[in-house]
Design a protein around this ligand. Structure first.
Ligand code: F6R
Length: 378
């Protein structure tokens, strides 16, 4: 394992400066929020199949893949018990049957060229759903401009996962602008301020003994992280699993309580030593419900002796948003340090690029684009 306190080594492995970029998430959150405040929301948009009318939605569907879906998952957990309509996330080519003119579909694609998202977008347009896009450009940006659909533009030149604060922050702002929830814009500013303060204690110059993210990474070296969330930390657990995959290039899995107590927990009974290759991370909250606290304690008791390590990731802050983002932030940085500790470039993403390149031979993005172009009123 490489030292996480050798700054020259850190810089050598993290060639593209991902750590530097993540340590500015507080600024990116505020920038993303401002971009959503600026965007003009139309009353109606004309297409060849009819007019899309922007009114009060009966459901919100956030459509996107990978890093571009993560912000939607966070929003769903943030508002599931306060929004008057369902807020759901969709990560596939084809839309569920309920999607229609009264559904607000927010299509999120950092590149704007993801074939699944473009296909779902074309279907939403055909069904005259209220559409809004969040993207840095690509085909999605171009098509929205040509049709006159609102687009929240985020800066180019990042890997999608690095752009999470730009892709996420517009969602609570839009939800508030559409009258679905109150007060999220203010909460976002407070959460950005918390991340700014946290960044001071999590950066490369802060030694491992005093750096929560480095410590978590150090404790994970050599094992497969399994992240367990609960309640509104379910999206945080999923996102962290994906960051251990994408940044640290290790297999990683997630689940949440109580469901894992009803099936997955039996897997840890395996006595052949298989489980020793895994570390469990429980996301914790000083105000977690007593029944969840008890479940975590019982689960830890039953599985701790089978796995490599049981670790805890404690959320900070007052509001739900602060809690979610603070736990996420430590874990995100840990995923970068885990890559660096293993001498792995956190920026690289060979297999995702390879799949996209080989899938492109089928021409699905072009087909979706052509379907949309047929609907343009010229
Ligand atoms: C890469 C990443 C991926 C992408 C996904 C969709 O950093 O996070 O999960 O987000 O492949 O691509 P976009 O975001 O361009 O629609």
């Amino acid at each position: 394992m490489r030292s996480l306190d050798d700054l020259a080594e850190l810089q050598r492995v993290d060639q593209k400066g991902m750590l530097r970029s993540y340590l500015r998430w507080h600024e990116a959150l505020l920038e993303g929020a401002r971009a959503a405040e600026r965007v003009e929301l139309p009353d109606a948009v004309r297409t060849r199949v009819g007019t899309i009318r922007y009114g009060q939605p009966r459901a919100v569907l956030i459509v996107g893949m990978g890093g571009s879906a993560a912000g939607g998952e966070l929003l769903r957990d943030l508002v599931w018990d306060s929004a008057p309509v369902p807020v759901l996330v969709w990560r596939d080519y084809h839309l569920p049957a309920f999607v229609g003119p009264e559904t607000l579909v927010i299509a999120v694609s950092y590149s704007g060229n993801t074939e699944e998202t473009l296909t779902a977008f074309s279907e939403a347009l055909e069904r005259k759903s209220m559409l809004i896009a969040i993207t840095s450009g690509g085909a999605l940006g171009e098509l929205c401009d040509a049709i006159g659909l609102p687009v929240v533009r985020v800066p180019r030149g990042l890997k999608p996962r690095m752009a999470l604060p730009y892709l996420f922050a517009p969602l609570p702002v839009l939800a508030e602008r559409l009258g679905l929830v109150d007060g999220l814009g203010e909460q976002l500013k407070a959460a950005a301020d918390l991340l700014r303060r946290m960044a001071g204690g999590l950066g490369p110059e802060v030694p491992t003994e005093r750096n929560e993210a480095k410590k978590l990474a150090r404790d994970l070296v050599g094992s497969i992280p399994v992240v367990y969330g609960f309640g509104f930390y379910r999206s945080v657990a999923l996102r962290l699993k994906t960051q251990f995959n994408e940044n640290s290039k290790v297999p990683s899995f997630y689940n949440w309580l109580p469901p894992m107590n009803h099936d997955e927990i039996l897997g840890w009974e395996n006595g052949s030593g298989l489980a020793e290759g895994f570390s469990i991370i429980f996301i914790r909250d000083a105000a977690e419900p007593p029944e969840i606290r008890r479940r975590i304690e019982i689960t830890r008791d039953l599985v701790a002796h089978r796995v490599a390590r049981v670790l805890e990731l404690w959320a900070r802050g007052e509001t739900r948003l602060e809690k979610m983002l603070s736990a996420l932030y430590v874990g995100e940085l840990a995923s970068l340090y885990l890559a660096i500790a293993s001498g792995v470039d956190p920026y690289a993403m060979e297999s995702i690029d390879a799949v996209k390149k080989r899938m492109a031979e089928l021409g699905l993005a072009e087909r979706a684009r052509a379907r949309v172009e047929r609907l343009l009123v010229r």
